[in-house]
Write a protein that binds this ligand. Structure first.
Ligand code: CTP
Length: 408
């Protein structure tokens, strides 16, 4: 499976580094070419000799050799790799990657890498949940880097919780899966709506919601990595993905999103509507700031916005795949099933409202997919990049099935 694939492993200073020789062995046994780059502090946890013996290649630590003056090109290493994996990734190096600090060879290679980058953090539970670490994870994800979330369990400190490096066998499977999927959506045009919309009340106020656009960004990145041509129509968000195959269209209101989406839908093969579109907008937009008055009540009259998903559902042609999202608080499956039919969808992704760590603003999500074939597929809590992969696996399956006998 991995024969000839070039994998660059970046090891940083965390006790979990002791697990990496095992991963290197698994990769080499499967035919991969492996190179290892380490931070100087990673060498305190695992020896470069072990890693160079197992990877059958020199290990790169410093930008230059102090005895003979020869230097290691971070650019060459970065462009050599088909995939780069940071495992274990310490909180310190993660912070450097998020801010572009390159004070050692490993972080310089990160900036030079042209390939997909996976990162597997490993640290103590409190460090992992610190807001700085969480926001750095979100930042790396917004660069298109793919999170291999830490597992829960006993930590080296004696504490128990999230922070354990994912097991080498599972990281190996993720890499195998990566190469299996690459190119699987070659030439397919995918449109994604994402983020919130904002409905202005006056020049300084608007109606909106807490959507961060992370789910839509992850879907766009996953589709692009599988070879699709992606159009991401997004409301105002803080982070946007960066990939040459992703064309970003920025919109503000539901009406702007509607126009962009309906215009693009005709040309696309797959549409995934992950946006949290405002269902209502003010009837009147006041072109001057509304002054407060002495009366106690202020009534804002609202009218419904156009339903973009339903609009696409009406236009849908044979062979096109249309996916919606739903956020329900009661009778979830039943309500999702109704939307599936009324909006003419292939499947609907039901967001959990019950689980901590799922939904708006979190890096993780927990979804259930209800499809037209009558299946209800429940998934566990995972990073949004993995949820995106689950959704695109389903898209791919349905797309292939519905285009099997269609002329090109
Ligand atoms: N959606 C849309 N255009 C709208 C409203 C929603 O395209 N004006 C899409 C969302 O992107 C999502 C799906 O419709 O994919 C479901 O949104 P949701 O708010 O859960 O459902 P609604 O159909 O708006 O119904 P309700 O709020 O009554 O549950």
């Amino acid at each position: 499976m991995l024969k000839g694939k070039k994998i660059l492993i970046a090891i940083t200073g965390s006790i979990a580094a002791y697990k990496i020789p095992l991963l290197v062995r698994l990769l080499i046994k499967d035919g991969a070419e492996v190179k290892v780059v380490m931070t100087p502090s990673a060498c305190d946890f695992v020896t470069p000799l072990t890693l160079s013996t197992l990877s059958q290649s020199p290990v790169y630590i410093k930008p230059f050799n102090e005895t003979d003056g020869s230097w290691t090109s971070h650019i060459e290493l970065g462009s050599w790799a088909d995939v780069m994996l940071f495992a274990p990734l310490s909180a310190n190096t993660m912070a450097k990657m998020a801010t572009g600090i390159t004070d050692n060879l490993l972080t310089a290679v990160y900036l030079a890498a042209r390939c997909p980058v996976y990162f597997a953090p490993a640290m103590d539970v409190d460090m992992y949940y610190h807001p700085t670490t969480q926001s750095n994870i979100t930042k790396l994800q917004s660069f298109g880097n793919l999170l291999i979330a830490p597992a829960e369990g006993e930590l080296a400190s004696g504490l128990t919780g999230f922070g354990r490096l994912e097991e080498p066998a599972n990281i190996f499977k993720i890499l195998e899966c990566h190469f299996e999927k690459a190119g699987s959506l070659n030439g397919v045009k995918v449109m994604i709506t994402s983020g919130p919309t904002i409905e202005p009340i006056d020049p300084v106020r608007y109606i909106s919601n807490h959507s961060s656009g992370q789910m839509g960004n992850s879907l766009a990145m996953e589709a692009a990595m599988r070879g699709a041509d992606v159009t991401l129509i997004t409301g105002p968000v803080h982070e946007l993905p960066n990939h040459p195959a992703i064309n970003i269209i920025k919109v503000g209101t539901a009406a702007e999103m509607f126009n962009a989406a309906i215009g693009n839908f005709r040309k696309c093969n797959v549409a995934i509507m992950a946006a949290a579109v405002a269902d209502y907008k003010p009837v009147v937009y006041a072109d001057k700031k509304i002054k407060k008055s002495s009366s106690v009540k202020f009534n804002l009259e609202l009218v419904p916005t156009a339903d973009i998903l339903a609009g696409c559902g009406k236009m849908k042609k044979k062979g096109q795949v249309l996916v919606g999202f739903a956020l329900e608080t009661d009778h979830e499956i039943e309500n999702a099933g109704k939307k599936l039919n009324t909006k003419n969808l292939d499947f609907i992704v039901l967001n959990s409202m019950r689980d901590k760590g799922a939904g708006f603003g979190y890096a993780t999500n927990k979804v259930t997919i209800v499809n037209r074939e009558g299946d209800t597929l429940e998934y566990g809590l995972k990073p949004k990049s993995e949820v995106a992969a689950d959704i695109l696996d389903q898209v791919q399956r349905i797309y292939i099935k519905s285009n099997l006998h269609r002329p090109k």
